[in-house]
Write a protein that binds this ligand. Structure first.
Ligand code: ADP
Length: 535
């Protein structure tokens, strides 16, 4: 149990950035979806409320029109039924109904019928009743007549299907004796709606008129008007008419489309985000793995470099100590030989012993400088004049130069320039460059010229360059010179220049080889005047 909890905690600790992002994403999506849905529901409610109000308004408008007609017809019917009403009133009635029918084209016919239901007068004029009008003997008209007389008030017939849905308003002609006849107003319901429903209503809603059997009476072109999914229904006409007005929002006016679009966009966004997240995660993982591998390779390289440096150093020590030790051995042989003489050559022996001491000191210095080199922090950076840094190597190499019969010229106008450095180390560098130059010149068959080996010093204010130029064979591949163990000498170890470069670079300087104009090679050290920042 505890293990499971711990591993869950560990998992959370490891994955918390992803968990946080995923949580934020899920929350964001949830909020977006909820807001979207809330907005959609709000829109739908608002539209439903508006639809109800619009439909009520329409129903009232229609009702008002019908009531106005009804009131007029009732008035005219009263005039017709008044005692003493005669031909003049009939003519006046025709005139009145002509005006009404002209104003309202939904009125197909207005007839005055007698108690038996026979037409007395009316419009339109005809000899034979036109086919689009229901016969006066229609049972539905008959039923409405009976009802109107019984109730002594206007009554609408049931809808009569006569090519179009028709509606007959029966206004009874009443006198004190009772009903005499009636005025019948025949409406074409299609036309009534066409005339009364305003354009904006048609544009916004699907409107239909249905009878009690849910049969659609308007519009008759059913195919053109698919029933809207969310309908609002309102009874139309008198309570027993069975008619109802139905209205619903046009499909294109529904916010559903927009909602679907929003939902699709949200889903797409979610999928894209998840995908991007995965991509980012994979990329970061790859980066982390790559970083680990760079790091591992670095460690390996450093390890290899350390080993190489160690090997270089070991060989370097042997190389550098070889000469003073050989010299000590020589001088010791000389001293022994001098002392073996009879009488012993005391002075010469003393001289040889003194030289032995010098060489031993030099060996000690080398070991000291190598130790300093290993323990970087202990390197002694002091201000030294370049001239002083040249003295010791020149003196040390003087015997070799003499033996090889090669002169060394010092062309150092800037010899007073000063640099911060570890003197022993830089002296070792100069010593190596000078010895290489002498040995290079010695490989040439011709007599060495005056400028066989030249030391040049140049100070540019920022740094001081010490160049050792020679008239030796020159260098074919300057960069190979600095590779450890590269040598062309039978006795060489190929470590001198490699170590020199390390020393120079540790001083923040540069060591390079180039062709000496006029023949031979030139190896230069450039050291910054101040290396205090490096210490
Ligand atoms: P080593 O002197 O033991 O060979 P170095 O690192 O000092 O080691 O020199 C490496 C090689 O560079 C030499 O063997 C020689 O071939 C070449 N070299 C160095 N200095 C010169 C020079 N002044 N002229 C021509 N070749 C040089």
């Amino acid at each position: 149990m505890a293990t499971t909890a711990r591993s869950t905690l560990q998992l959370i600790e490891r994955r918390w950035p992803w968990l946080a992002v995923s949580l934020a994403l899920t929350l964001g999506l949830f909020v977006c979806t909820t807001l979207g849905w809330w907005w959609y529901a709000d829109q739908r409610d608002a539209q439903a409320r508006r639809l109800t109000l619009d439909l009520l308004w329409l129903e009232q408008t229609l009702q008002r029109t019908l009531e106005t007609h009804q009131r007029m017809l009732v008035n005219w019917a009263e005039d017709l039924a008044a005692p003493g009403a005669g031909q003049a009133t009939g003519a006046e009635f025709r005139e009145r109904i002509a005006g009404l029918m002209k104003d309202h084209r939904a009125l197909l016919a207005i007839d005055q019928v007698d108690a038996a239901g026979k037409r007395i007068t009316g419009l339109p004029d005809y000899t034979e009743r036109p086919s689009q009008l229901p016969p006066l003997t229609d049972p539905l008209i008959g039923a409405a007549l009976v009802q109107a007389r019984a109730l002594r008030r206007p009554v609408y017939s049931q809808v009569i299907e006569q090519g179009a849905p028709l509606w007959v308003l029966v206004v009874p002609l009443l006198d004190e004796a009772g009903a005499q006849g009636a005025v019948l107003a025949t409406y074409n319901l299609d036309r009534l709606l066409e005339l009364e429903v305003p354009w904006w209503f048609v544009q916004r809603y699907d409107l239909s008129l249905v009878d009690r059997n849910h049969k659609r009476l308007f519009p008759t072109d059913v195919a053109a008007a698919e029933p809207a999914p969310e309908q609002h229904t309102l009874t139309f006409g008198p309570p027993d008419s069975g008619l109802a007005l139905q209205a619903g929002l046009h499909e294109h006016a529904q916010p559903r489309g927009l909602l679907a679009g929003l939902a699709a966009a949200a889903a797409l966004l979610a999928v894209t985000l998840v995908w991007l997240l995965q991509l980012l995660r994979r990329w970061l993982r790859e980066r982390a793995a790559a970083a680990r591998m760079a790091h591992e390779r670095d460690e390996l390289l450093q390890h290899t470099a350390r080993l190489a440096s160690l090997a270089e150093l070991a060989s370097g020590i042997a190389h550098e100590l070889n000469q003073p030790l050989a010299a000590i051995a020589n001088y010791s042989a000389v001293a022994s030989a001098c002392l073996a003489q009879d009488p012993p050559l005391k002075h010469k022996a003393e001289d040889a012993v003194a030289r032995m001491g010098e060489e031993a000191q030099r060996a000690g210095k080398i070991i000291h400088s190598l130790r300093s080199f290993i323990q970087k922090r202990e390197v002694e950076h002091r201000r030294h004049a370049v001239a002083d840094l040249l003295t010791e190597p020149l003196a040390l190499l003087e015997p070799l130069a003499r033996r090889l019969q090669v002169g060394i010229k010092v062309d150092a106008r800037d010899r007073s320039a000063q640099i911060d450095c570890d003197a022993v180390m830089i002296e070792q560098v100069v010593f190596n460059l000078l010895r290489n130059a002498l040995e290079a010149v010695a490989t040439q068959a011709a007599t060495p010229p005056d400028d066989a080996v030249t030391v040049q010093v140049a100070d540019d204010g920022e740094a001081v360059a010490i160049c050792v130029a020679d008239r030796g064979p020159g260098i074919a591949q300057p960069e190979r010179l600095f590779q450890a163990f590269y040598t062309t000498k039978p006795e060489g170890m190929g470590l001198g220049l490699a170590i020199c470069r390390t020393v120079v670079e540790s001083h923040g300087g540069r060591l390079w080889a180039e062709a000496n104009p006029g023949g031979g090679a030139r190896v230069c050290v450039r050291l910054p005047r101040s290396t205090l920042a490096l210490v």
